[in-house]
Design a protein around this ligand. Structure first.
Ligand code: GAP
Length: 492
């Protein structure tokens, strides 16, 4: 792991963002818990994601579906037969490795596209040995990543923990189509847990066995979807993109969305532009640390016709890393469930029978949280987490300058008046400088201080995290003034 990883993880552990689960028993590989700051940041990230992506259309909605799915539904989706990674065991110590990771570590290039035979050939050619004991490696096999379960007292009902939230939307497609007045396109979002028995969980929260996804499944008529989107609103958006044939680490050129047409379908480019706007305009991720990266046919999941990942340059994990994907899944899923359930998934739109296609906007919440801790962490003469205001776990630190002569009482009054509308933290311990530093380190955008002038003028100083500039703001109407500041507007 890099030095930056250690720094970000140390902040995370010390202040309460994320840490290994069950660590009093030595940890549990592939599982992480969110502490009090991490849980709040995650919740705010999810809320922002929902507001933005449900806001893309009046026909995009949130649903909530089960974590456990029966065997037959995942057989029909293809996961029982195809949701595999390549497993390579060591003949000496018995340790399990992911075949493509062994080859990638030896060559410095992604090996996700290789099958079992190709992995075995590479292992032999490159003389790859077990990274732990240097023992010889056994021939590779396909390993299904789903966690099996038996449901009920007899244990005869076979099931799995869901490997992606997406299936919940497909299983509910028909019911929602009926209740949403039988119109296409429409979208179903799910934010929830997914479970994969990863062969070698690694890089902290980047590859876990239980993780959180925020996914929007958009069901559409492929004959008409392009005409139903306001493409003009994004045609000039310059998309940072790296195509498969030219893919290399480092800089990528931006291409105007309008110029991508022909190469990619219009509806696809439209949603790429919207995803990019979420990161660059709303979340203020630096442009040079964001890109789309195309996946080749052999790298994509079995159900995707088109697949670009969103990657962020995450220093602590050694560079560009996938955090989200935009997947054109065609009619693969509804067709599979139609065959598996004998329930018709075709719908009548304008007198025509259509089996809808699916565009999936898929986000890994934990990877986003880690990427944000990395991207916005700055250690210089002071340590500052320059998080977007909307996702900072605590919005306001509220302090009396000193703990005497009526200042704590007024500061408490200010705290009580704001605590139901903002995430606030009251603190009167230590010097004011130390209290500011503690808030900077966890990304709190504003600190409010009650000083002796406040007693007379009935105001507070408001200190901004990034610039450290301070201004005095009246306690009367303080909540409205703070709302304005949080929207980057001048308070009245
Ligand atoms: N429904 C499509 C789907 O699940 P995916 O690329 O397998 O596609 C989507 O996963 C996102 O979920 C990824 O971009 C990543 O952010 C997150 N993700 C996948 N596997 C993960 C893991 N083992 N640990 C943490 N996040 C993971």
């Amino acid at each position: 792991m890099t030095r930056r990883y250690d720094e970000v993880m140390s902040l995370s552990l010390r202040r309460g963002f994320i840490w290994p689960s069950v660590d009093i028993y030595g940890g549990f590989a592939g599982f992480y818990d969110y502490g009090h700051l991490g849980a709040m940041m995650k919740r705010k990230w999810e809320d922002l994601w929902l507001r933005y992506f449900l806001g893309l259309s009046e026909r995009y909605y949130l649903i909530d579906t089960t974590n456990i799915l029966p065997y037959k539904s995942l057989k029909a989706s293809g996961h029982v037969d195809h949701f595999t990674d390549i497993l390579v065991k060591c003949s000496g110590c018995g340790l399990s490795h992911r075949g493509d990771h062994l080859v990638a570590d030896a060559t410095g290039k992604s090996a996700e596209a290789l099958g079992t035979q190709e992995i075995d050939t590479e292992i032999e050619k490159l003389n790859i040995r077990c990274p732990k004991c240097k023992g010889t490696l056994m021939p590779s096999t396909e390993f299904n990543m789903m966690f099996p379960l038996s449901v009920g007292p007899t244990g005869t009902d076979q099931a799995f923990l869901r490997p992606e939230t997406a299936q919940g939307a497909y299983l509910n497609f028909k019911r929602e189509f009926e209740s949403l007045r039988r119109k296409l396109p429409y979208g179903l979002a799910i934010v929830g847990r997914a479970f994969r028995n990863e062969i070698s969980p690694r890089q902290g929260t980047y590859r876990m066995r239980e993780f959180i996804q925020a996914e929007l499944q958009i069901f559409f008529n492929p004959g008409t979807f392009d005409d139903e989107l306001d493409f003009e609103s994004v045609a000039d958006e310059v998309i940072r993109i790296s195509f498969e044939e030219t893919k290399e680490d480092g800089e990528v050129e931006g291409i105007e969305a309008g110029d991508l047409l022909g190469r990619l379908p219009k509806f696809y480019v439209y949603h790429m532009a919207k995803m990019q706007q979420f990161y660059l305009d709303i979340l203020k991720v630096p442009r040079e640390r964001f890109r789309f990266a195309e996946l080749g046919e052999k790298e994509r999941a079995f159900y995707h016709k088109l697949h670009f990942d969103i990657e962020i340059n995450i220093d602590s994990l050694g560079g560009w890393g996938e955090i989200n994907g935009i997947h054109y899944r065609t009619d693969h899923d509804l067709k599979g469930h139609q065959a598996g359930s004998n329930e018709k998934m075709t719908v009548n739109v304008g007198g025509e029978r259509v089996l809808p296609h699916v565009l999936e906007l898929s986000f890994g919440v934990d990877r986003n949280i880690w990427a944000f801790l990395d991207v916005f962490y700055e250690k210089d003469d002071r340590t500052v987490l320059r998080l977007p205001k909307e996702v900072a776990p605590i919005t306001l630190g509220i302090f009396p300058l000193v703990s005497k002569e009526g200042l704590p009482e007024l500061a408490r009054e200010v705290y009580d008046s704001l605590k139901h509308d903002f995430s606030c933290f009251y603190d009167e311990s230590g010097s004011i400088g130390k209290r500011y530093a503690r808030m900077d380190e966890i990304g709190t955008p504003y600190c409010l201080t009650v000083d002796f002038d406040s007693l007379k003028a009935k105001d507070v100083t408001v200190r901004e995290r990034d610039s450290t500039d301070q201004k005095r703001i009246s306690i009367d109407g303080l909540a409205d003034s703070l709302r304005a500041l949080l929207k980057d507007e001048e308070p009245a």
